[in-house]
Each structure stands twice: as structure tokens, then as C-alpha cells.
Design a binder for this molecule. Structure first.
Ligand code: HEM
Length: 212
């Protein structure tokens, strides 16, 4: 869980950096060129397959671990309603994971499947013709309910990282009094900054579209 989680965090940082191209007011040129580069590079395509596999492993392992923990507890469940010694996010990692899973299923269906198997129109930049993936994103981010769904799911992602980041270091035995404070600070900062920026992109695109 810890290793796959850390890899997925790295993926999210790269994914966010790429998606920030959407904020440029250039009709999608920078984003389309970035997406085309990612989609046509064999090494990146290999990492992409590994990434999808790791998401699957992370998810299946989470379900197995939760089941094992529940069995180990015996017939009397822990009080999951209020527990002063643990945070809400740590007690509800599976539920938060489920919110993210539903997000990923819908997200992959609309963007990933469309990119790889869809019928996306082309656009030409300086004589080079590439798929206009930007138009697919504009289509979805022009719907208020879709943008709201993204924003809601980003709260789930924030809580998931908030607990998951320090927990991964603890699992790997990399927690030490000297470093715990720094690890916790980095984890909390990532939990706030990354989902906020992921939410900021559809909000900004939506606002830009309705103001046109
Ligand atoms: C502004 C928000 C986001 C936008 C515009 C966006 C856009 C996209 C697009 C266009 C693709 C297809 C690209 C391709 O396969 O070539 C994609 C793939 C993907 N996205 Fe996102 N994304 C966003 C947020 C997220 C978040 C928050 C997550 C995870 C929690 C996520 C997880 C993924 C995954 C796992 C893939 C498949 C990547 C792969 O091929 O390995 N995305 N996204």
C-alpha cells in the first residue's frame, strides 16, 4: 500500500503539472502538444500501464487489509464514530478510497478511454496535426454538475493524502522523531495544495467558458 501510494503521489504531481497547461489562455495549444507528447512516447506509455496496474493493486490491497483488520478485531467493532486518538480521515480511508475510485472510473471513461479509443477531432499547429484532447475536456468542464463532482471528489483526495502520506512513511519504517514533523508538514501541504489545484482547473475553465 505504502509503495504503490508513493508512486501514485508521484504520478499525481506529474499529472497536475501537465494539466496546469489547461489554464493557459491559448485555445488548448500547450495542453494538446503536451498530451500528444505523452501519448506518443513509448516509455511514458509503459509507465502509464504500470500506473494503471498500481492503482488496481493499491485498491485491491486496501480492501484485503480492511477485511483482515476487521477480522482481527473479532465480533466487537472499534468505535468508528468518535475516537479521540485517531483522525476522521484515518478511520475512513476505505470510504475515501471509494470516493476516489468512483472518480477514477468516471475520469478514465471520459478522458482516458476517449484519448485511446475515442474519435477525437484533430487540430493543426504549425503544420503538425494532432488530436484535440482539449476539446473533450472543454466539453465536460462546461457542465456545472461535472465540475461540482470533480470538486467534491477532490475533498476525498485531500483527506486520503492527509492520512495516507505520513502513514506510508510509517509503514516503510521511515518514521523517526527527527523527521516526523517534516513528513507530516509535507503530507499536509500536499493534501491541501494538490487537490485544490486539481479542483481549481475545472472551476477556472468553467468560469472562463460562461464568461465568453
Ligand atoms: C483537472 C483535473 C484533471 C484533468 C483535466 C485530467 C485529465 C486527464 C486526461 C486528459 C487523461 C487522459 C490522458 C492520456 O491517457 O493520455 C487523464 C488520465 C488519467 N488521470 Fe486525470 N485529470 C485530472 C485529475 C486527475 C486526478 C485528480 C486523478 C487521480 C485522483 C487522475 C487520474 C488519472 C489517471 C489514473 C489517468 C490514466 C493515466 C494513465 O494513462 O496511466 N486525474 N487525466
Amino acid at each position: 500500500m505504502a509503495l504503490t501510494g508513493i508512486f501514485l503521489m508521484t504520478f499525481l504531481i506529474v499529472h497536475l503539472a501537465g494539466n496546469l497547461q489547461l489554464l493557459k489562455n491559448d485555445g488548448g495549444k500547450a495542453f494538446n502538444q503536451y498530451a500528444h507528447f505523452m501519448g506518443s512516447n513509448p516509455l511514458i506509455q509503459l509507465v502509464s500501464k504500470i500506473n494503471l496496474m498500481l492503482i488496481f493493486i493499491h485498491m485491491v490491497w486496501a480492501i484485503i487489509l480492511t477485511k483482515l483488520n476487521r477480522n482481527a478485531r473479532g465480533p466487537v467493532p472499534y468505535n468508528t464514530v468518535s475516537n479521540e486518538s485517531s483522525q476522521w480521515s484515518s478511520r475512513n480511508m476505505l470510504i475515501l478510497g471509494m470516493v476516489i475510485l468512483s472518480f477514477i472510473i468516471i475520469h478514465l471513461r471520459h478522458f482516458w478511454v476517449e484519448t485511446h479509443y475515442g474519435n477525437i477531432s484533430n487540430v493543426a499547429y504549425d503544420g503538425t496535426v494532432i488530436p484535440n484532447l482539449y476539446s473533450v475536456i472543454v466539453y465536460w468542464f462546461s457542465k456545472l454538475w461535472y465540475v461540482s463532482f470533480y470538486v467534491f471528489c477532490m475533498f476525498g483526495l485531500a483527506f486520503h493524502i492527509w492520512h495516507g502520506f505520513p502513514s506510508a512513511f510509517q509503514t516503510l519504517g521511515m518514521n523517526h522523531n527527527k523527521y516526523n514533523c517534516g513528513i507530516s508538514f509535507i503530507g499536509k501541504s500536499m493534501a491541501i495544495i494538490m487537490p485544490s489545484m486539481f479542483a481549481f482547473i475545472p472551476i477556472m475553465m468553467y468560469l472562463r467558458m460562461i464568461s465568453q
